[in-house]
Design a protein around this ligand. Structure first.
Ligand SMILES: *Cc1c(COP(=O)(O)O)cnc(C)c1O
Length: 366
């Protein structure tokens, strides 16, 4: 093997790739271990697919020799009907991350700025950099909430898009209606504000607004939703945006053609039609969330209020040791450097096991 010489190296790749943070998937549960092992690291729905949804997806697989419907017309119609929005305001994609990436392609390139809170969803910096735009990150406040004033202050002539993750991943807390409206009133209408509502179905606080109501009379607001969390279709990759016409049209232009498979489209429709059964599962998870939250607080932990299907522990330099101890006990959680750990609410046995470990580690034993 010869060494590369200047000028004879391989294909020239974009320099931005060298600085791209890697997306860290939640680690899987340990396979083949004697003791049970649970994956509480990716905010997935712990329940297996509903039998009816699985049957629909299986039947749809019989058409895998055909391209799917490019426009996802049936799914779009079903969503438009349920949400009370025009079909033209909908754009589907390969998970809401796929749609978020399309939003960036439609709005921002080199020299442009994208604002978001940090820490927030780890895909934001990655897709911002891939678009060639500059990420402007605004630290969360000490209570883990978005610093909306600082985010509005950070807007410049170059700002093209602002992500507002509500509830925020990984901290779980959510922004209330009045603060969100006040923030949006401060943002120029030329800047697109994306309300990422991946965990919307888990929200129980009535003060937390439904982005669909917010977007209606605000042409610069888009809402992102996904079938990956409450609807349990993470593995099928389907999400969507609701946005006014110029934005929604742009999204459909830049989307990867045929990105959402026929299986995913059919499973998403079947899920919407099985909403009662699915939302009952969500209700169980919300009850488990309350139980886990209360138990952690009783153990002595400081836990931010959560409206999502996970809890956040700001552990600082104990983070990695905490995650390792959890894994050792059979629960895989999601550590973030030396900041903290996010723990997905899972099935009761998984949550019990996690609480048992947390009870041992409270007060610094990790
Ligand atoms: C999980 C998640 C998504 C959804 O991702 P998909 O691509 O739809 O699976 C989007 N935004 C946030 C904040 C999330 O946590």
């Amino acid at each position: 093997m010869t060494h590369d010489h200047a000028g004879t190296t391989g294909p020239r790749l974009r320099g931005v790739l060298d600085t791209l943070p890697a997306y860290t998937p939640g680690r899987p549960a340990a396979a083949g271990a004697d003791a049970p092992s649970y994956k509480l690291s990716s905010n997935e729905n712990p329940y297996p697919p509903l039998p009816g949804v699985l049957a629909t997806a299986t039947a749809a697989a019989g058409e895998m020799n055909r391209y799917p419907d490019l426009t996802a017309a049936a799914l779009t119609a079903e969503l438009a009907d349920r949400l009370g929005v025009p079909q033209s305001h909908l754009a589907t994609g390969t998970g809401s991350v796929g749609v978020a990436q399309s939003l960036l392609h439609a709005t921002a390139g080199p020299g442009d700025e994208v604002i978001f809170a940090w820490r927030s969803f780890e895909a934001y910096p990655i897709i911002t950099q891939i678009a060639g735009a500059t990420a402007v990150t605004i630290p969360l406040l000490p209570d883990e909430s978005h610093d909306l004033d600082a985010m509005a202050d950070a807007v410049t002539d170059r700002t093209r898009l602002i992500f507002v993750c509500n509830p925020n991943n990984p901290t779980g807390n959510a922004i209330r209606r009045a603060e969100l409206e006040r923030f949006l009133d401060r943002i120029p209408t030329s800047v697109l504000v994306v309300l990422d509502e991946a965990y919307k179905e888990f929200v129980r606080d009535p003060e937390i607004p439904d982005g669909i109501e917010i977007y209606r009379d605000r042409p610069n607001v888009a809402v992102l939703r996904t079938f990956s969390k409450a609807y349990g279709l993470a593995g099928l990759r389907v999400g969507f945006a609701v946005a006014h016409d110029p934005v929604a049209i742009a999204l459909r232009k830049v989307a990867v053609p045929f990105g959402v498979s026929h299986i995913a489209q059919e499973a998403a429709i079947a899920s919407l039609r099985s909403e009662d059964a699915l939302l009952e599962r969500v209700e169980n998870l919300v009850a488990e969330r309350t139980r886990v939250f209360d138990a952690l607080v009783a153990q002595g932990w400081t836990v931010p209020e959560t409206q999502a299907n996970f809890v956040w522990l700001r552990l600082g330099d104990r983070t990695q040791a905490f995650a390792a101890a959890c894994a050792e006990a059979g629960v895989v959680v999601r550590p973030y450097g030396d900041e903290g750990a996010r723990i997905t609410i899972g099935e009761k046995e998984a949550n019990d096991l996690f609480l048992e470990v947390a009870g041992r580690l409270v007060g610094g034993a990790a």
